[in-house]
Design a protein around this ligand. Structure first.
Ligand SMILES: NC(=O)c1ccc[n+]([C@@H]2O[C@H](COP(=O)([O-])OP(=O)(O)OC[C@H]3O[C@@H](n4cnc5c(N)ncnc54)[C@H](O)[C@@H]3O)[C@@H](O)[C@H]2O)c1
Length: 251
């Protein structure tokens, strides 16, 4: 799918990986809609790249419908990148008791249900557009290498990201007849506001655990892969690790 001139929507686009992706897609000529929480910096990020901000909680059907309507004002939607997500912490069972079920549900709600909410509704919109060069559009999801090597304390996060990985081939099959591709990126340790809050020595330790390159990943490197997925018509139904050969240890 050609990026230039296409309408692209990025959830979690106000920060980190989503922001870098929105910036790259805009720099390559896409008409970009940033979908993020109302309290986020979506408005200023969108203004800086000449795009639109659609304040939305990805877990809400009404919010997502509204965001898709904003995208529709710019032309037929072709590209949807799901970056909105939250982390979690806490062992399955610790000294204080079992992991609180409401916290488990919350992480699944944002990461998994939020992704599916946008994926299904965006696919419906994309499916209504005329095909261009044999395809109608592309959806990129964000998992994590925790989908494969969940660390201690990551039960809810791991479950949500493993489910996104599992959905990748399934949704690619479901949407094949609509000529829509679906891929997922599973990042390792990326240098976003999510990690910026950590102590410098911990950040250095994390960076040192990455075999090559021996550093945290850059959001721009995620954006490059997302753009490549959009542009490469033969990539479909695949989860691609972006992790500098990192395989997470138990802790
Ligand atoms: N940074 C990493 O090392 C890393 C590694 C693996 C996977 N990931 C995944 O990449 C994605 C982006 O992470 P990031 O590091 O850029 O984080 P980030 O916190 O910088 O950005 C996440 C964005 O999602 C938005 N968001 C959160 N909940 C939302 C909701 N309910 N509705 C709409 N927007 C919502 C936030 O406002 C924020 O702007 C997440 O899914 C995360 O799990 C990140």
């Amino acid at each position: 799918m050609r990026i230039e001139g296409s309408v692209a929507l990025v959830t979690g686009g106000a920060s980190g990986l989503g922001r870098a992706t929105a910036e790259l897609l805009a720099a390559r000529g896409a008409k970009v809609v940033i979908v993020d929480l109302p309290r986020s910096e979506g408005e200023s990020v969108a203004a800086a790249l000449g795009g639109r901000f659609a304040p939305a909680d990805v877990t809400s059907e009404e919010d997502v419908d509204r965001a898709l309507a904003v995208a529709g004002e710019l032309g037929p939607l072709r590209i949807a990148v799901n970056c909105a997500g939250i982390g979690s912490g806490g062992r399955v069972a610790g000294k204080e008791g079992p992991y609180p079920l409401d916290q488990f549900r919350r992480v699944l709600e944002v990461n998994l249900v939020g992704t599916f909410n946008m994926l299904s509704k965006a696919a419906f919109r994309i499916g209504a557009a005329e095909p261009v060069e044999g395809e109608r559009g592309v959806i990129v999801n964000t998992a994590s290498i925790a989908a494969f090597e969940g660390q201690i304390g990551q039960a809810a996060y791991t479950a949500s990201k493993a489910a996104i990985h599992g959905l990748t081939i399934q949704t690619a099959r479901d949407l094949a007849s609509l000529l829509i591709r679906v891929c997922t990126i599973a990042p390792g340790l990326m240098d976003t506001p999510l990690l910026a809050g950590l102590r410098e020595d911990i950040r250095e330790q994390l960076a040192a655990s990455v075999p090559n390159p021996h550093r945290l990943g850059k959001p721009s490197e995620y954006a490059l892969l997302a753009a490549h997925i959009v542009e490469n018509p033969y990539l479909n139904g695949e989860t691609i690790r972006l992790d500098g050969a990192l395989r997470m240890a138990p802790r």
